[in-house]
Ligand binder design. Structure first.
Ligand code: CP
Length: 315
């Protein structure tokens, strides 16, 4: 098994084999988080910079925990505490960080394509922790790992993603990842939040939520990405949105009896999902969060040049 990528910029450049390598590695790394002493020396002496230019709770904290569990030296930069507030550009920020010779830079940025830009400009390996509405590859990978924990095979699974598809990097990465793994991906939401070209990404497009979720093995609710709407109003009001597109107890009865309910977080309770469904017996939302650590450990290991075979041989 060989993983040939120096950067993790998105799901798009990855093959089905690459996805399986990351998921299998993450499965191996899960065990470390169950130990009393949750630390291995795998990335000792490696330096990671976490450059978060947009707010984050789950992604930022799980990257930091993953780095600590692998013994990497890491440092965190947020926009408010950086010289970006004094007018420094992303390129100048990155080249100045590069001068300190980090091995890996994890970047979250509102501009789609910013990780790709950094990958061309610096020597460090770049990991995309979410770039605008474009991609959020580690989120899709942790979502796939959560599905893998419950379902024997991706092949033939039906997965519905419901909500603001157009502005969701999570949706775009998941459509590509799950399609590559052999699942049928359906997307549903208001017509104003379903951009052209989704079928070319591999999704079946629905405007009727009930039709989209009927019999599915997994349903994933998405938050309305207000921060990317630029003040535009793409639906009447949140009450109307919840009534037409929200996941509630009645709608969840339509999915497969053993179907899973997922959400990448943060949740707007009562809008895209009701609290009883978010906290209900089909919900695996907190399992997704837990799997974020294992996925990010696997990605950091590969970005540091680790071989998948070395971890497999330790089992
Ligand atoms: N799912 C996700 O990216 O959450 P955060 O924005 O809190 O990192």
């Amino acid at each position: 098994m060989e993983f040939k990528h120096r950067h993790l910029l998105g799901i798009e450049p990855l093959s089905r084999d690459d996805l399986h390598i990351i998921l299998n590695l993450a499965d191996s790394f899960k065990e470390i988080s169950r130990r009393r002493i949750k630390k291995v020396p795998t990335l000792r002496g490696r330096t990671v910079v976490n450059l978060f230019m947009e707010p984050s709770t789950r992604t930022r904290v799980s990257f930091e925990i993953a780095q600590k569990r692998l013994s990497a030296d890491s440092t965190n930069i947020s926009v408010a505490a950086s010289s970006v507030v004094k007018g420094e550009t992303l390129l100048d920020t990155a080249t100045n960080l590069e001068a300190m010779n980090p091995d890996i830079i994890v970047i979250r940025h509102k501009a789609a394509g910013s990780p790709h830009f950094l990958a061309r400009e610096v020597n460090a390996s770049i990991v995309n922790a979410g770039d605008g509405f474009h991609e959020h590859p580690t989120q899709a990978l942790l979502d796939c790992l959560t599905i893998k924990d419950h379902k024997s095979d991706f092949e033939g699974l039906k997965v519905a993603i419901v909500g603001d598809i157009a502005h969701s990097r999570v949706a775009h990465s998941n459509i590509m990842a799950l399609s590559k793994l052999g699942s049928e991906v359906r997307v549903a939401g208001p017509a104003t939040m379903l951009q052209p070209g989704l079928d070319e990404l591999g999704a079946k497009v629905f405007t009727d939520v009930e039709a989209a979720i009927e019999g599915v093995d997994v349903v994933m609710a998405l938050r309305i990405q207000q921060e990317r709407l630029g003040g535009d109003s793409l639906f009447a009001n949140t009450r109307e949105y919840a009534r037409k597109y929200g996941l509630n107890r009645e709608r969840i009865e339509l999915i497969h009896p053993e179907g899973l309910v997922m959400h990448p977080g943060p949740i707007n309770r009562g809008v895209e999902i009701t609290p009883d469904v978010a906290d209900g017996k089909r919900s695996v939302i907190l399992e997704q969060v837990a799997n974020g650590v294992a996925i990010r450990m696997a990605v950091l290991y590969l970005m540091a040049g680790g071989s998948p075979d070395d971890i497999a041989n330790q089992k």
